[in-house]
Design a protein around this ligand. Structure first.
Ligand SMILES: *Cc1c(COP(=O)(O)O)cnc(C)c1O
Length: 234
C-alpha cells in the first residue's frame, strides 16, 4: 500500500472514531487509534509515522525485534497485543512500551522477573475473554477481579485496565454485549482500585465504532489501515 493510501486510511478511520464519540457525547481525545502493523513491511510503519503516528501494535516477538531494530531511527513505541509465551517474555520486557494481553499469572510472573531485572515498569492490560470463544485468550469475566488483584501485586507491571476481542460475528448486538460486559467490569474495578485503572482496549477493524460507543480508549486497527494480511498470519 502506498504512503498516500495509508495516510488516507488513517484519516478516514480517525474521522469514524471521532463521529462515534460524537454520537455518545465522548471526548475524541480519550480514544487512541493504534495502528496494528503486524505482518506489514517496515515501509508501512514509516508511512504511518510520516502521518503522525508513533505507537504501533505488534504480536510476534521475532517480528517486533526486527522492526524495533530496523526502525530504531524513528523512536517508535511498541504495543504488544498478542498472546505471548512465557519463554519469549524477554523480548517484550526489553522492547515493548505497553503489553495488552496479560492472560495468565504465569506469563505475568515471567514478565515481572525480566522487568525487575531491567529496572523497568511496563504498562499492561488484562485480557478478558468476553465472547467465551475457546479460540480466544484471556481470563473469563468471573476470573478477572481476582486476577487483577494478583497482577497488580507485581511491581514490574503497571496494570491499568482491560483488553478484549469481541465475538467474531456480524451480529452487532452480540458484539456490543461483549464490549459492555468489559466496560462494566472495568468500571467496577476502577472503583475498587482507584485511579490508574482507566484503560480499555477494545475494537478492531470490523467493530471499532461499536467499541468506541461502548467506552473504548484504544482501538487496534490493522486491516482498515494497512490492508489485508497474508492468510497464514495470526
Ligand atoms: C491483528 C489484531 C488486531 C487488528 O485486527 P484488524 O481486524 O486487522 O483490525 C487487533 N487486535 C489484536 C489483538 C490483533 O491480534
Amino acid at each position: 500500500m502506498t504512503e498516500t493510501a495509508i495516510a488516507a486510511n488513517l484519516a478516514a478511520a480517525r474521522a469514524r472514531i471521532d463521529a462515534a464519540c460524537a454520537r455518545v457525547g465522548r471526548d475524541p481525545e480519550e480514544v487512541e487509534l493504534l495502528p496494528v502493523s503486524k505482518t506489514h513491511p517496515q515501509d508501512a510503519l514509516r508511512a504511518a509515522h510520516a502521518a503522525g503516528y508513533r505507537r504501533f501494535g505488534e504480536s510476534r516477538p521475532q517480528e517486533l525485534e526486527a522492526k524495533a531494530s530496523g526502525l530504531a531511527d524513528l523512536g517508535l513505541g511498541w504495543v504488544f497485543i498478542g498472546h505471548l509465551q512465557s519463554n519469549k517474555a524477554r523480548v517484550v520486557a526489553e522492547l515493548a512500551d505497553e503489553f495488552q494481553a496479560l492472560d495468565s499469572l504465569r506469563l505475568a510472573q515471567a514478565l515481572d522477573r525480566r522487568l525487575q531485572a531491567l529496572g523497568r515498569r511496563l504498562p499492561a492490560l488484562v485480557q478478558v475473554n468476553s465472547s467465551g470463544e475457546p479460540t480466544k485468550g484471556g481470563f473469563t469475566p468471573d476470573e478477572v477481579p481476582a486476577a487483577v488483584r494478583d497482577l497488580r501485586a507485581l511491581d514490574g507491571l503497571d496494570v491499568r485496565g482491560l483488553m478484549t476481542l469481541a465475538a467474531n460475528t456480524d451480529d452487532e448486538d452480540a458484539v456490543r454485549a461483549c464490549f459492555t460486559t468489559v466496560t462494566a467490569l472495568q468500571a467496577r474495578l476502577r472503583d475498587e482500585h482507584g485511579g490508574g485503572f482507566d484503560a480499555l482496549s477494545m475494537g478492531m477493524s470490523g467493530d471499532f465504532e461499536v467499541a468506541v460507543e461502548c467506552g473504548s480508549t484504544c482501538v487496534r486497527l490493522g486491516t482498515t489501515i494497512f490492508g489485508a494480511r497474508a492468510l497464514s498470519a495470526p
